[in-house]
Design a protein around this ligand. Sequence first.
Ligand SMILES: Cc1cc2nc3c(=O)[nH]c(=O)nc-3n(C[C@H](O)[C@H](O)[C@H](O)COP(=O)(O)OP(=O)(O)OC[C@H]3O[C@@H](n4cnc5c(N)ncnc54)[C@H](O)[C@@H]3O)c2cc1C
Length: 353
Amino acid sequence: MQVDYLIIGQGICGTFLSYFLAQENKSFIVIDENESITPSKVSAGIINPVTGRRMVKVWMAEEVIAFAKENYNSIGNFLAIDTISQKNLIDFFPNVHQREVFTKRIEEGDPYLHPFPEQNQYTQFFNYYLGCGEVRHCYTAHLENLLPAWRKELKDQTRLLEESFELKFLEIRDDNIVYKEILAEKIIFCDGLSSFENLFFKQLPFAPNKGEVLLVEIPGLPAQHIYKKGFVLAPLTTKDHFWFGSNYQWNFENTEPTKEFYVQAESHLKAWLKIPFKISEHKASLRPATLERRPFVGLHPHQKNIGILNGMGTKGCSLAPFFAKQLTDHLVHKKEINPQADVKRFSKILAKA
Ligand SMILES: Cc1cc2nc3c(=O)[nH]c(=O)nc-3n(C[C@H](O)[C@H](O)[C@H](O)COP(=O)(O)OP(=O)(O)OC[C@H]3O[C@@H](n4cnc5c(N)ncnc54)[C@H](O)[C@@H]3O)c2cc1C
């Protein structure tokens, strides 16, 4: 079988890359082993224009979020499913300092942070004593709908191989690559955590970060906002179901959920919520983060038939669509990739591969 591209991985990166390549009428095969726990499957799908305790604007917020909104909607329309909802975030101040930071950022004219005049709107649901503010232009991407629906589409078009990709079967030639019976012009790795061990890209400065989450049923809690008080509670597409998390661990022994997180998260929920809840699942995964917090996008600087779309870190839901399109435009139309994301910035390190 002969195709233009062989794509490894159908997380959020492989999904959008294959979607944009299909729009360019390019041929491809996606290989994905359908692991039940991956970062894309554990993610809350939150797209938030501000980040951190200092509530600063995220990198390329305007451009990336507008692009994400438009393109989740376009793939959603194509698949006839809901893929994104605007859900502004209600930030219940966990302490006086955080309230001061939020207020100061409003005074400075931050376009995303606003007072929330209905301070008592949530008193029947939550304990909060220091008030709350609103972060606007937030969204939840419904990866729980998108990933299986796009997978089915790929399967129906016989463009998906549901198996584990094994490097030992890959042959890199001067003008193409061969994998088992597939001949492709290029291979593009969208394999998330597997790239940490990938022969061609493992030298890149990945900085994996572990996060744990609880899936919680909370009958009656309104679903029009994302809520935050230290941890985040985000509505899922199933009625009364919420995602609750997460922590950020740079040092960890394994990728398994821990009792410590469960106990901490459950007691946080008990203290915060005034209404009954039931924990249905506890999951953990690693974020494919990078030391300099910028993604890895483009063709290998020394192997012209090998590419990568990875390193989305904590912001895969907003960054992946944008950089999947940049990579597509680079592959198909030879357009430049943002230099801060282009993997060729690691030309020296990758020469050692
Ligand atoms: C707890 C947690 C919460 C998060 N919350 C958010 C959030 O709210 N908002 C946000 O923007 N981001 C969030 N993230 C980050 C986000 O999930 C990631 O940035 C994003 O999912 C990475 O997508 P990816 O496609 O690069 O990788 P992945 O999701 O890892 O996808 C890679 C795919 O490749 C497949 N694969 C790998 N190796 C092979 C192989 N050898 N053969 C076949 N298939 C293979 C895997 O099975 C997988 O399907 C969160 C992450 C975690 C862990």
